[in-house]
Design a protein around this ligand. Structure first.
Ligand code: UD1
Length: 419
């Protein structure tokens, strides 16, 4: 089992080009299944979750090769309809292959990835939407067998109880080749949804309203292949900015999606960091000590503050002057990183969905176990700010979402090694 060893207490300084988005790459890789020609997907980050998606594509008969952050997929040879449980379990978001498989073949057998590190992750909204689109679904012994009546899903008017990112993606994937029009009300508005729709439009899909609450999709008989470049990863971007904010110093984040990062940047700015954006570059300078954020940091669907950036901002605020309050509104179990931060000397009190962070003058290095992807990233932020050495284990969580994290931290002047 690999570990990351981090020597903290050094100011950071450097420039970093942001990786491509994990949360865009996964649905876009799934979407390539719908095409009748080769797809070339650039700026795809080299991550274990992305490799897991490639294995699913291989398993259903697609050739998928990967080099220099470019995935080349040949979906003409799709033959299977079953995604085995072991592949489904490798990655929680494997469920988005359901919509894509239904769109391509009219049927699929998948399984529910069990409860995860963020708490239970139900898929009731996904299943209810597919059923409304004329898909018969039977659940037996952990398998979910889906079959579109008449071999092709039907357009439907749908309204989501909550703007779920995954459910919105699954509906879009199923609807682009369905018969007739699908309308999704209360759709998720995350930038990664727009990126998925950008890819699908490049393949000939007819989609409008992505980025807004009402998305309309007119089904097409066939989609062609295309070349597409995945958007930058706004959460990895938030993480590297939080590292520098926490440790002190200055950095330039290039190839960033500045507009899409605005909800995060406006919260970070309240800590007293100087932040300037120009085109696709973000400059950040962090003075001697951050200020606590006065307004409660409430995680909300986009364009609210992103739940995925909650842990890393909390790590930065652990040593701020004053008390910051977080409210986690998306996942039930998203404060598991607080235990490790407390071990490093942070003063954090969790009361249900609220976490009260009283800034301490300094943190100290400590051994810590990554609890989940973003929680693990928060531990790296805290370790870089802390006096002394930290050893972070269970880093397979971190490798799911951060490309070559040691190289990135080293580019910022941090001391980190993998053993
Ligand atoms: C995606 C992101 C994840 C991010 C999350 C919220 C990917 C690969 N992952 O996850 O990084 O943290 O959006 O921005 O893009 N829910 C239900 N029933 C459902 C579906 C969801 O109750 O059928 C609940 C979930 O349990 C959760 C909330 O809705 O409490 C939000 O989940 P959702 O937006 O679906 O997140 P994911 O798509 O899983």
């Amino acid at each position: 089992m690999q570990k990351l060893i981090i020597e903290g207490g050094r100011r950071l300084k450097g420039e970093l080009a942001l990786q491509g988005s994990k949360n865009s790459s996964l649905p876009i890789l799934a979407a390539s299944l719908l095409c009748m020609d080769e797809c070339v997907i650039r700026n795809c980050p080299e991550l274990t979750d992305v490799y897991a998606a490639a294995r699913i594509l291989n398993c259903v008969g697609c050739r998928c090769t990967f080099s220099d952050n470019t995935a080349v997929i040949d979906p003409r040879t799709v033959s299977g309809t079953v995604i085995p449980g072991n592949l489904m379990r490798e990655m929680r978001s494997s469920i988005i292959f359901m919509g894509a498989m239904l769109g391509r073949t009219g049927e699929c057998t998948v399984s529910v990835p069990g409860g995860c590190e963020l708490g239970p992750r139900p898929i009731d909204m996904h299943l209810a939407a597919m059923r409304k689109m004329g898909v018969d679904i039977t659940e037996t012994g952990g398998s979910i067998v889906c079959r579109s009546r008449g071999g092709r899903a039907k357009g439907a008017k749908l309204s989501l109880a909550f703007p779920s990112v995954g459910a919105t993606e699954n509906i879009i994937l199923c609807a682009v080749t369905a018969e007739g029009e699908t309308v999704v009300n209360n759709a998720a508005r995350e930038p990664e949804i727009c990126d998925l729709c950008g890819f699908l439009r490049a393949c000939g899909a007819d989609i409008s309203g992505d980025g807004e609450s009402r998305i309309a999709i007119k089904g097409k008989e066939k989609l062609c292949g295309c070349e597409y470049s995945v958007m930058p990863d706004r959460i990895a971007g938030a993480t590297y900015l939080c590292m520098t904010a926490a440790a002190g110093g200055e950095m330039i984040l290039s190839r960033a999606c500045t507009a899409e990062m605005e909800p995060f940047l406006s919260a970070l700015e309240q800590t007293g960091c100087s932040i300037f954006t120009s085109g696709d570059r973000i400059y950040l300078r962090s003075g001697s000590r951050l200020r606590a954020v006065r307004d409660r940091i409430r995680t909300m669907p986009h364009p609210g503050f992103p739940t995925d950036a909650q842990a890393v901002l909390m790590a930065a605020l652990a040593t701020a002057d004053g008390t910051s309050v977080f409210e986690e509104n998306i996942f039930d179990c998203r404060y598991r990183h607080t235990e490790a931060l407390i071990k490093m000397g942070a003063d954090i009190q969790v009361l249900g969905k609220v976490a009260i962070v009283r800034g301490v003058p300094r943190l100290h290095g400590a051994p810590a176990e990554a609890t989940d992807l973003r929680g693990g990233a928060a531990m790296i932020c805290a370790a870089l700010a802390a006096e002394g050495t930290s050893e972070i284990s269970r880093i397979s969580h971190i490798d799911r979402g951060y490309e070559k994290i040691e190289e990135a931290v080293t580019a910022l002047g941090g001391r980190i090694s993998r053993v």
